[in-house]
Design a protein around this ligand. Sequence first.
Ligand SMILES: Nc1ncnc2c1ncn2[C@@H]1O[C@H](COP(=O)(O)OP(=O)(O)OP(=O)(O)O)[C@@H](O)[C@H]1O
Ligand SMILES: O=P(O)(O)OC[C@@]1(O)O[C@H](CO)[C@@H](O)[C@@H]1O
Length: 307
Amino acid sequence: MIYTITFNPSIDYMVTVDQFQTGEVNRVQDEYILAGGKGINVSIVLKNLGVESQTLGFIAGFTGKEIQKRVEEKGIHTDFIDVHNGYSRINFKLKSQQETEVNGNGPHISKQDIELLMEKLKKLKKGDILVLSGSIPQCVSNDIYANIMKELQDIGIEIIVDATGELLMKVLEYKPFLIKPNNHELAEMFHVKLFDQKDIVTYAKKLQEMGAKNVLISMAGDGAFFICENGKVYFSEAPKGIVKNSVGAGDSMVAGFIAGYEKTKDYIQAFKMGVATGSASAFSHDLATQEEVDELLKTVHEVEYEY
Ligand SMILES: Nc1ncnc2c1ncn2[C@@H]1O[C@H](COP(=O)(O)OP(=O)(O)OP(=O)(O)O)[C@@H](O)[C@H]1O
Ligand SMILES: O=P(O)(O)OC[C@@]1(O)O[C@H](CO)[C@@H](O)[C@@H]1O
């Protein structure tokens, strides 16, 4: 079974404004809400691609209930912990001349809440896949993903981490199956500027040397690199299209990779599926559907990157 964890789920309030003006009253042209949070998005896209998963994490208040309802309506099994403290955040996503995001803090999560999650995770079995995605609330220590991996290291599950900064750096020693920073996050983690593709590959390879088995580096419309555990490096251009909403493109890429790998056990197919699924989400208002992914997959071609 595949499990996704979202420490800080959200209601994503998506708004389109023609020519947004700061300091003025702006009227929306279009608005809708989605249940969000990175792990939840991964589960939704997996479901769209015909792969079952269960989603865990922490919810609170009326927004938490709405998130749970919306996820379950999609036929995804949830096992959230209600922390009975505050409410799950509402993240504001503005599409105008530029895309702007304002993400909330989320509810307080106590030590007992974390212990409850750990108890659930200890029931995972050999062969399961666990996806740890997204930021954590400020009240949670940034070694939490590493602690989870440490606790589960003898069970024999593959763990995928989509996070950044110390949260990601600290898991590397536990050898995650896959990590997916984007190129900007990669630069921030090493406190460097990455000027060209060669720089990006150099630092992505460092993450592999530090423990990650496979490393995906997404670069939005500039394509993606895959540093494979077979020692090779692959590059793919991003498919061309009109970006409607790139929120969740990275999560979709993770889901596409997992779905591709589950179906074929082939890293190249998984990489191509990841790219196609990320772009399919970027080119639609909601997250990618199977049909959208199938269409784009025909246009995705990987090349081995000579390093
Ligand atoms: N403008 C775009 N054009 C084509 N494909 C895109 C575009 N933006 C994103 N994608 C697709 O989605 C993948 C992931 O995008 P991106 O690098 O923006 O991830 P991310 O920064 O983790 O995104 P987010 O945090 O918004 O989910 C890319 O590798 C690409 O396949
Ligand atoms: O604050 P985090 O956890 O880093 O990101 C949360 C978030 O921006 O990520 C998803 C898109 O990737 C959205 O659904 C959600 O609002």
